[in-house]
Design a protein around this ligand. Structure first.
Ligand code: GAR
Length: 193
């Protein structure tokens, strides 16, 4: 199998990105995908430093103050240079417009820290906390033109029993995300040869 070329989009911390980079180098994604670029819409995203440590090229196009379509056209232009098979969103906190979504139809994947049937948008762990959920779910899905509405690839449960704070919920959720995202990506990349 030829490894799938992926570009990872981040906006901040980049802990999911880090796991994907690790797994592509010497874990379950080795030989399955090759991260060719880490892209951020924010130059201050701490995850960019992590990407550089992995010797993965990085690029930034600031999104602040730009119209969605204008920003997405610039991103599309940048991506021409890298020709990725897939775009992997990992904490990318900006809604994509049809400009990008149509150009990469069924080839943009996102991780959402809730069941997308129950909660869409930002603040998913806070929602789980405020609603005293005993369990939440993480969803990995293809991105369509809605917000967190695209075809589901897989969901995984997070046990929240006894989690008394938002911090604890985030900690448990992220621990699941870090394993689950790479597994879901492996499934997609292996099935689409
Ligand atoms: C993760 O919890 C991810 O699921 C979430 O942001 C966090 C990013 O953390 N994404 C969304 O909420 C997307 N709507 P990270 O930068 O450490 O991977």
């Amino acid at each position: 199998m030829i490894p799938k070329k992926i570009v990872i989009f981040i906006s901040g911390r980049g802990s999911n990105m880090e796991k994907i980079l690790q797994n592509s180098r010497d874990g379950i994604l080795k030989g399955i995908c090759e991260p060719v670029l880490v892209f951020s819409n924010k130059s201050t995203a701490p995850g960019l430093h992590i990407a550089r440590r992995f010797h993965v090229p990085t690029a930034v196009i600031e999104s602040k103050g730009k119209k969605r379509e204008e920003f997405d056209r610039q991103v599309l232009e940048l991506l021409k240079e890298y020709q990725p098979d897939y775009i992997v969103l990992a904490g990318f906190m900006r809604i994509l417009s049809p400009v990008l979504i149509r150009a990469y139809k069924q080839r943009i994947i996102n991780i959402h820290p809730a069941d997308t049937d129950r909660f869409q948008g930002v603040g998913a762990y806070r929602w789980a906390f405020e609603n005293h959920l005993k369990e939440t779910k993480i969803t990995v899905h293809f991105v369509d033109e809605g917000v967190d509405t695209g075809p589901v690839i897989a969901k995984r449960a997070v046990d929240l029993r006894g989690a008394g704070s938002l911090e604890e919920i985030e900690k448990r959720g992220l621990a699941v995300e870090h394993i689950f995202y790479s597994e879901a990506l492996k499934k997609v990349f292996s099935e689409n040869n």
